[in-house]
Design a protein around this ligand. Structure first.
Ligand code: B3K
Ligand code: ZN
Length: 852
């Protein structure tokens, strides 16, 4: 397995301005004819090399005659005398046998494609790199009864009936695009049809294609799409550019969705929803993913990536755009809290582990392994920091310049930063380190107050930890939004300031600080760093009570809980009084909305507690957290009971209603910790009375972690009711895999033998395996059974779908973080993986790097 390096980038030898594809579609044997117009790029005499994966050339012609060609490795090599040629190739492919779900494959009677990153080469011979942009014409022919709908990128230009019950459709995409954005779908689909009038008055036809029975579940996705189209016009000045926008939902999909030009293809879990089958979180995720893929039309499709090392150019920026959109549609503060929670849960551990890499990686063996929280979520934080440093107006000028300068091009992260610099006049030289240095910066902070002249000095120091292959890093630019709040009055002492820490250490002076100050730092999580603040006794308690910035207030609550939880996990007697007082204050406050309360009252997860320990001890963490939860549940039984008993119609999907339901389930879970008997009864009652999936799932989450007849009854009833709805059945698997219960390992092993479990459907596989691996206490069972189970599952799915398998390896890969007994068991499983014959390069890369 060879590594590919960013420093080795060379422009393509040949360009491909035009492509014509002709498909005779059939699940077992699809015949693909391709005609490429190729042009030599620059002065050289190298042959044309076209990538192919699993393809056998049936015909290869150059300029209408037999070509001088050979197959070398995974490439078709064609010697061409002139500077231009027309290349024709023909291959047969078998979509029904394509279990990797890359290229053209079959899903529930449909034929569909997934090409990013390198799936196009599984359909036809092609350069298949993102800096080769072509205009596409596509002819699709298929059996009319089985595949009445034929879709591809761009506009439908002609269609008609063929022989033997077939029909055909011709599609043309006027925008040159890289092959990873090619898409095609054939099947028996029905559309939710709508229209959108763009800011310049153009009419766009919108279709969401699903199976007919799913049509009633497409309304929310359609509303989200229209809201996203309007938002991108208003906030970024970006207008949609084709007359048609199609979305298709498919059941078998390796990840969330794909931004193919004019034909987005989605995992059905990010399209289908109604209140009976989808939770509020599902609804929010749908809006976020629909918006994300739509926003890619500009940040990704019109301006694309030069090479895959630049992936964050489109993904970091687009995640930032979808986060901003969701914040604008609901509560900004709550959205920020959710995004930071995800960053800490997924990206910080990645940055601290064996697979740490920079936002713009330097090398890869398999690019699919780099669709990571670092490239996506840390990448989004980089864009956010640039916006913070430049200010919103200059940032918008920068994005306008970026789109204008690079429309129709394949560019780099550097091009993005330069556009921001040129539009703002701000020098971002040092900022560029964020793209090249991996690891989460650590910041130490403390304040010295001088009451006699009403000043305070904030002392700051930063350090960037070593990561694999990177040591001795330089200080970075850390934008830290900071305020000092009077400890007595609770009132900010002067304005919030943006402190730019650029040196290893610095001291910043604040004037007009009369009272002893509380330090409110890194507000809104303005920099993605780990903070270590030296605080006076009572400072966090006071901040949790008075900080006017909701994000900072949330942070103070969380930090307060974290201190108690860490003390408990170290076996110290933890004092829960101040935590309980802060939580009571939050619960009964009239100034805070329920969604915020729900967030602030959620204890840090066991994973997050582990990240703060020298070595993770899952049992100690679990018992510390359960002890605190039960103390809170008992002490606040009345207040929690009031929040839990509120009921609100499941049909109400306003942010307010969602917040009430969120708080309700958080309250239920704490109540059950305080008094299991009462909790079980309340949960069962909530389950029985629920008119929506959010309340139902919230109740089941609590029951899943308890013993008794209520648990059995609820899970049996749920199964009976939803056994034919695969997305809901995924929840049934997921809830049991996430249960905080002694028997979770046994349950999960048994579920893997359940007739409804299959390794062939990524959603189902992840429902069981990924949720279990994220359940720290259960997965890290001292016996090592959890590791063995996940490893067996990885090896089994690797034989059919390496991408799904490889994404799960990091859960075992963080073995160095755990206490010695578990570390040894985890390591042994990694060694078992690496020693497996026929391992995919996807899994090999992840497992071998985790052992190194
Ligand atoms: N661009 C796709 C991700 C493709 C992943 C390929 N392994 C979805 C997205 O980020 O919008
Ligand atoms: Zn994306």
């Amino acid at each position: 397995h060879v590594a590919i390096y960013r420093k080795d980038y060379l422009p393509p030898d040949w360009l491909v301005p035009e492509i014509a594809l002709d498909f005779d579609l059939d699940p077992d044997r699809t015949h693909v004819r391709s005609r490429l117009t190729v042009k030599r790029n620059g002065e050289h005499d190298r042959p044309l090399r076209l990538a192919g994966n699993g393809l056998t050339p049936l015909v290869v012609r150059a300029n209408g005659a037999d070509a001088d060609w050979r197959v070398g490795g995974d490439a078709l090599v064609i010697e061409l005398p002139g500077n231009e040629a027309t290349i024709e190739t023909e291959v047969d492919i078998a979509p029904a046998a394509n279990s990797k779900l890359m290229g053209l494959y079959a899903s529930g009677g449909l034929l569909c494609t997934q090409c990013e990153s390198e799936g196009f080469r599984r359909i036809t011979f092609h350069a298949d790199r993102p800096d080769v942009l072509s205009r596409y014409r596509v002819r699709m022919s298929a059996d009319k009864a089985r595949f009445p709908i034929l879709l591809a990128n761009g506009n439908l230009v002609a269609s008609g009936d063929g022989e033997n019950g077939t029909h055909w459709a011709d599609w043309e995409d006027p925008f040159p695009k890289p092959s990873y954005l090619f898409a095609m779908v054939a099947g028996d689909l029905s559309a939710n049809r709508d229209r959108f009038t763009t800011m310049s008055g153009r009419e766009v036809e919108l279709n969401i294609w699903v199976r007919e029975k799913d049509l009633p579940k497409t309304g929310h996705a359609m509303e989200s799409l229209k809201a996203a189209m309007r938002w991108d016009e208003e906030v970024y000045g970006r207008e949609y550019d084709l007359d048609l926008f199609n979305i298709v939902a498919v059941d078998d999909f390796n990840f969330g969705a794909m931004e193919n030009k004019g034909l987005n293809i989605f995992n059905s879990r990010y399209i289908l929803a109604d209140e009976d089958t989808a939770t509020d979180i599902d609804f929010d995720n749908i809006a976020g993913v629909v918006a994300h893929e739509y926003f890619h039309n500009w940040s990704g499709d019109r301006v694309t990536c030069r090479d895959w090392f630049q992936l964050s150019l489109k993904e970091g920026f687009t995640v930032f755009r979808d986060q901003s959109f969701s914040g604008d549609m609901g509560s900004k503060a709550v959205k920020r809290i959710e995004d930071v929670r995800l960053l800490r849960a997924a990206q910080f551990p990645e940055d601290a582990g064996p697979l740490a890499h920079s936002v713009r990686p330097e090398s890869y063996i398999e690019i699919t392994n780099f669709y990571t929280a670092t490239v996506y979520n840390k990448g989004a934080e980089l864009i956010r920091m640039m916006q913070t440093i430049l200010g919103p107006e200059a940032f918008r000028k920068g994005s306008d310049l970026y789109f204008e300068r690079h429309d129709g091009e394949a560019v780099t992260c550097e091009d993005f930063v330069r556009a921001m610099e040129d539009a703002s006049g701000v020098d971002l030289s040092q900022f560029r380190l964020w793209y090249s240095q991996a690891g989460t910066p650590r910041v130490k902070a403390h304040v010295e107050h001088d009451a006699s002249n009403a000043t305070a000095i904030l002392h700051l120091a930063q350090s960037i930890p070593d990561t694999p292959g990177q040591t001795g890093k330089s200080p970075m630019v850390l934008p830290l939004k900071t305020a000092l709040i009077g400890a007595d009055s609770g009132v900010p002492q002067g304005e919030e300031q943006l402190v730019l820490l650029t040196e290893g250490s610095a001291s910043v002076r604040f004037e007009g600080v009369v009272e002893p100050p509380l330090l409110s730092i890194n507000r809104e999580f303005s920099a993605p760093v780990l903070l270590d603040v030296e605080r006076r006794a009572g400072e966090l308690e006071r901040l949790a009570e008075v900080d006017p910035d909701p994000f900072a207030r949330y942070e103070a609550c969380q930090e307060l809980m974290m201190r108690a939880l860490l003390a408990g996990a170290r076996g110290e007697s933890a004092d829960s009084t101040s935590v309980i007082a802060a939580m009571r204050g939050t619960l009964i406050s009239n100034a805070l909305d329920p969604a915020f309360k729900g967030e602030a009252l959620s204890l840090p997860t066991e994973g997050l507690i582990g990240d703060r320990m020298e070595l993770v001890d899952p049992d100690a963490i679990h018992s510390s957290r359960e002890t605190l939860r039960s103390a809170i549940g008992a002490a606040l039984a009345d207040e929690l009971g009031r929040a839990q008993s509120v009921s609100i119609s499941g049909a109400d999907l306003s942010p307010q209603a969602k917040g009430i339901r969120r708080l309700k389930s958080v309250a239920l879970s704490l109540l059950a910790a305080g008094n299991p008997e009462r909790g079980a009864a309340l949960a069962k009652a909530q389950f029985d009375a629920a008119d929506n999936m959010t309340d139902r799932q919230g109740a089941m989450m609590v029951l899943a972690s308890m013993d008794g007849p209520e648990r059995e009854a609820a899970f049996a009833a749920f199964f009976e009711r939803y056994r034919d709805d695969s997305l809901v059945l995924d929840k049934w698997f997921a809830l049991q895999a996430a249960a905080q219960h002694e028997d979770t390992v046994d349950v999960v092993e048994a579920l893997a033998k359940h007739p409804d479990f299959t390794v062939r459907n990524p959603n189902r596989w992840r429902a069981l395996v990924s949720n279990f691996a994220a359940n720290q206490w259960a997965f890290h069972h001292a016996s090592g059974r959890g590791y063995r189970f996940v490893t067996d599952m990885i090896l089994e799915v690797d034989r059919i779908n390496p991408q799904v398998a490889a994404r799960q390896v990091p859960s075992i890969g963080r073995w160095r973080r755990f206490e010695p007994t578990r570390a040894k068991l985890m390591r042994a499983e990694l060694e078992r993986i690496v020693a497996t014959p026929g391992l995919s390069k996807d899994v090999f890369e992840q497992a071998s790097k985790s052992l190194a």
